[in-house]
Write a protein that binds this ligand. Structure first.
Ligand SMILES: [Zn+2]
Length: 354
């Protein structure tokens, strides 16, 4: 029994790359070279942790995991939907100004870059349709109904996932950080239900074999060492989350005060054929977890979840927004090495028990 272990996605960018981007003094080709070197270094250092599944560290996802695909779109304005974090800071999405909604780029381009350097499996994270649906202004757009927008959005999302699968992604992970946030914004649960329905409209376009390679990630957010929805009870989110038609669910758990309670909820909603990757590393906690702690967390999860349906992961990316300097690259790689070593320890113990 080998428990699979996967990252969520982002690794803090090298400080020299962040400084070069922020200075505004570099040509596109100079920045390209810096991004390329960041991807090469990230892949090499992730492989050095012993990981058999890695990402490109999202080094090239422009400003963030959320709106990389529409970064630079001429038909958007910067004053869109706001995501408030617990420490008082705010992240803002672009607002769609006119038809048509379309992606500027698809995430398979990041995968193709990382494949030039990787010798192990690469997964690719993409943003959910529900997150991007927040770009459509609440007052509507003349000549472009919300239904037309949703049609275009679902088409682009489907295209992106198909391109990532065709490019050989080990998994395609749909980032759904706004799921837990939706419960905070609308405690009635109606907003969350609408997000689940929208994402399922896209997921239902895929075969069950394809959906086995697709996953969804939920977390309370992790930006500048702060969260947007850690105070939302998982009991209000997880039953709906398992309604998503995906083969893999990646759940932040290391930061939860009562993991046993969460594991019981997961166990009662996990469907046959689904694998749940539980978070065993907290990217916000500056302390580096030990392999022993990771092992204990997995063995605890295995008391509730059949080991054949269990995996381990990080609670979230280490730097979902590209200017976030709250965690160093060194800390991120050390935490990932602990996840890999601790998962191997737990696998050996579970193998002996089987
Ligand atoms: Zn996350």
């Amino acid at each position: 029994m080998m428990i699979p272990t996967e990252p969520i996605g982002s690794i803090p960018r090298p400080p020299s790359l962040i400084a070069a981007v922020e200075s505004g003094k570099h040509s596109e080709s100079e920045l390209d070279a810096l991004y390329e070197e960041a991807v090469r270094d990230t892949v090499a250092r992730l492989e050095a942790t012993g990981s058999t599944v890695i990402s490109d560290g999202e080094q090239r996802k422009y400003h963030n995991f959320l709106t990389y695909c529409v970064h630079g779109s001429a038909n958007t304005a910067p004053d869109g939907f706001q995501i408030p974090f617990a420490d008082g800071h705010m992240r803002r999405m672009p607002r769609l100004m006119r038809a048509p909604f379309h992606y500027e780029r698809y995430a398979d381009s990041y995968l193709a870059t990382a494949q030039r350097y990787a010798t192990v499996a690469l997964k690719q994270a993409v943003i959910s349709p529900s997150a991007l649906s927040l770009m459509y202004p609440p007052e509507g757009l003349p000549g472009y109904s919300r239904d037309q927008f949703i049609d275009d959005l679902l088409g682009e999302h489907e295209t992106e996932i198909r391109r990532c699968l065709a490019q050989g992604a080990h998994k395609v992970q749909v980032d759904f950080t706004e799921g837990r946030l939706a419960v905070k914004l609308d405690p009635s649960g109606a907003l969350l239900s609408s997000f689940i329905d929208l994402n399922n409209l896209a997921l239902n376009r895929f075969s069950s074999a394809e959906r086995a390679l697709i996953g969804v990630h939920t977390c309370p957010g992790a930006d500048r060492d702060s969260t947007h929805s850690l105070d939302v009870d998982y009991a209000q989110l997880l039953p709906s989350l398992f309604e998503l038609q995906v083969g893999n669910v990646y759940i932040a758990l290391a930061s939860e005060p009562d993991p046993v309670r969460v594991l019981k909820i997961i166990a009662s909603h996990l469907k046959p054929g689904q694998r749940v990757f539980v978070g065993v590393i907290d990217p916000i906690d500056p302390l580096i977890e030990t392999p022993q702690l990771v092992c204990e967390r997995i063995l605890l999860a295995a008391q509730f979840i059949p080991p054949g349906q269990l995996g381990s992961t990080d609670d979230c990316g280490f730097s979902p927004f590209c200017d976030d300097r709250s965690t160093s690259r060194e800390t991120a790689f050390a935490k990932i090495a602990a996840r890999v070593a601790g998962t191997a320890l737990a696998s050996a113990i579970l193998r002996e028990r089987a």
